[in-house]
Ligand binder design. Sequence first.
Ligand SMILES: Cc1cc2nc3c(=O)[nH]c(=O)nc-3n(C[C@H](O)[C@H](O)[C@H](O)COP(=O)(O)O)c2cc1C
Length: 187
Amino acid sequence: MKILLVDGTIVGRKTGAVLEQVKTYIQDFRPEMELEILSLADYDHQFVDGRPLGEYNDSMQEIARRFKEADGYIIASPIFQGSIPGVLKNTFDLLHPHTMRYKPVSIVANGGTYQHHLVIENQLKPILDYFRSLVTPNYVYTHTSHFDADNNIINEDVHDRLRELARVFVQYAEMSTHLSKEALDID
Ligand SMILES: Cc1cc2nc3c(=O)[nH]c(=O)nc-3n(C[C@H](O)[C@H](O)[C@H](O)COP(=O)(O)O)c2cc1C
């Protein structure tokens, strides 16, 4: 099983740091899982405007291909202006609506304001619901104060929540293998 761990920002370090930690915890539960990080910072982004995929640059096509080939996802996002970064929304806009259908997804997010964990509930989850992903009931929101100056996670509760997220994610991944991706409705 191939899992894509998506670092949904092109600036900052904490989102990537949380993602690396999740990767380690998933590996602890399922060493055989293939875990790949896709960092949006490594790509040359173009605005998605509805043109056919083949008319975007190689970078955009590679992002779409990597999403399509994955069997599950960890989506990591910082909070920008009370929302997700534009580059992450632009990436979702690039994908065919079936790309993440019936595949497991867990969310981790990071922000400077505690209350902005609601961005996950009110903005990120609805997008993943639109994709009909199997979104785990657990997500983890980290705050700037949970990190030291080198962006290591220093809060033990956060580590426990990330371990629990990883535990539930691998169960969802297992469940998803029993759910056919063939749909009976037309779209
Ligand atoms: C343009 C911008 C807007 C931001 N807006 C918010 C916000 O609305 N709410 C919030 O909690 N944090 C906000 N932040 C803080 C980021 O979420 C924080 O920088 C990010 O989680 C990653 O931390 P890092 O940059 O140290 O890696 C913002 C940061 C930037 C750069």
